[in-house]
Design a protein around this ligand. Structure first.
Ligand code: HGY
Ligand code: MN
Ligand code: MN
Length: 410
């Protein structure tokens, strides 16, 4: 058993084939949650898992579980997984790697005719990115009881289409209840999406925690009027207010270094006409920090600062925190399983906190959970240039294989 390794080429080929679905000119992937492309990716994953002898279950949030029977099928499964949905200008590895590494573990067990005591499942979590349907990680959140099913199914995109409608449209509105069943453990393999492993020349990130996040939606309302005759001092320009708050967000991030993150990623200007003073602006704020108290101070600074700017600019403001995901400490035994598997493979490694959110963050509320990171080129992710080396991806998959096998047989 010691010398078994997962199949690097097969994993790479599966990643490249999946990456063709929504593949972009620049070599990235645009496969937004619950689009026809997401359906194609899901169908491909399901076909591959059925070819590997798995039985498929889909729950009411469209989460997919490909199950490989254990000798004692009454035992809770050891589950691996991540997400198949991408950012609009995403890459081929964010999420997809953790899903297909799970499949590769199952394929490797089959190659060697290995039976495990507990069943094993490879999983896909719907809409992890929260790009089309905010918030992020919503389906693993429903599974973990952080949100109720009605909230999850009613999440809507900017066109007003809900997750429930889109799940039904693509044929992934499953019948299985969401959550309420035990996992023996959950492991998520993922690219780091940051620069640390590559900079330190380390192969594996043993992920101990994930940082907290606060997401906001802000609408500023001023007065549309003509860009020519309207005197500057009388204007109520919503975009000037938004610009000042964007600068405030960045200053709050910089004032809470070394670990704070602060981003305005989405903005809609209305009426968005070059010679009309913008009457309304809708935009989002994404705050992150490993320490909940610092994140709360950043929240306070944003609320107070935004209020001052709005008063100064004589605007109205609708300010809503739409999501709070607290910092997550992963299960120490699962972290130890990942560390031991890494050491037994002689792979260089370091402990780290995840800067990104992952489905593992919510699953850790209902099952012993941890993550395995591998480096990505220049630490770039959420970008079509996202790249990871086949050997690093295979190394992470070998760690996953060992950690899962140990847990399924203990
Ligand atoms: O935003 C995140 O951290 C993840 O990519 N959904
Ligand atoms: Mn991801
Ligand atoms: Mn992502």
């Amino acid at each position: 058993m010691q010398d078994i390794r997962t199949n690097q080429q097969r994993l790479w080929d599966s990643l490249m084939e999946m990456g063709e679905i929504g593949g972009t000119e620049k070599g990235g992937c645009c496969r937004l949650a619950l689009t026809d492309l997401d359906k194609q990716g899901r169908d491909l994953f399901v076909r591959w898992c059925e070819e590997a002898g798995c039985t498929i279950t889909v729950d009411r949030m469209g989460n997919i579980f490909a199950r490989r029977a254990g000798q004692d099928d009454s035992l809770p499964p050891v589950v691996m997984g991540s997400h198949l949905d991408t950012q609009p200008t995403g890459g081929k590895f964010d999420g997809v790697y953790g899903v297909l590494a799970g499949l590769e573990v199952i394929r490797t067990l089959n190659d060697h005719g290995i039976e495990t005591r507990a069943p094993i499942e490879a999983s896909v979590w719907t809409n992890e990115e929260g790009s089309r349907f905010p918030p992020a990680m919503v389906s693993s959140g429903v599974f973990a009881g952080a949100f109720d099913l009605e909230y999850g199914l009613s999440r809507a995109d900017l066109d007003g289409k809900t997750m429930g409608e889109e799940l039904a449209r693509i044929g992934y509105a499953g019948s299985a209840e969401v959550g309420g069943r035990p996992f023996k453990a959950f492991f998520e393999a993922h690219i780091e999406q940051g620069p640390i492993l590559e900079a330190e020349g380390k192969r594996i990130g043993v992920v101990t925690d994930a940082q907290g996040q606060r997401w906001y939606e802000i609408t500023l309302t001023g007065q549309e009027s003509h860009a020519g005759p309207t005197p500057m001092p009388t204007r109520r320009d919503a975009l000037v207010g938004a610009a000042r708050i964007v600068d405030l967000v960045n200053r709050i991030g910089m004032e809470h270094q070394p670990n704070a993150c602060a981003t305005v990623g989405l903005m809609q200007v209305f009426p968005n006409s070059r010679n009309v003073i913008p009457g309304q602006v809708f935009f989002t704020v994404d705050f992150r920090h490993p320490d909940a108290e610092v994140l709360a101070r950043m929240d306070q600074a944003l609320q107070e600062g935004a209020r001052r700017i709005v008063e100064d600019q004589r605007l109205e403001m609708d300010f809503e925190q739409i999501w709070y995901s607290p910092p997550v400490p992963f299960d120490r035994d699962c972290v130890a399983s990942v560390r031991q598997a890494t050491e037994s493979l002689g792979l260089s490694h370091r402990e780290m906190v995840s800067g990104a959110g992952h489905d593992a963050c919510y699953i850790s509320r209902v099952a012993p959970t941890s993550m395995i990171f591998v480096p990505c080129e220049d630490g770039i992710s959420h970008n079509e240039a996202e790249r990871a080396a086949p050997a690093d991806l295979a190394a992470g998959c070998d760690v996953l294989f060992k950690a899962v096998l140990e847990r399924a047989n203990d």
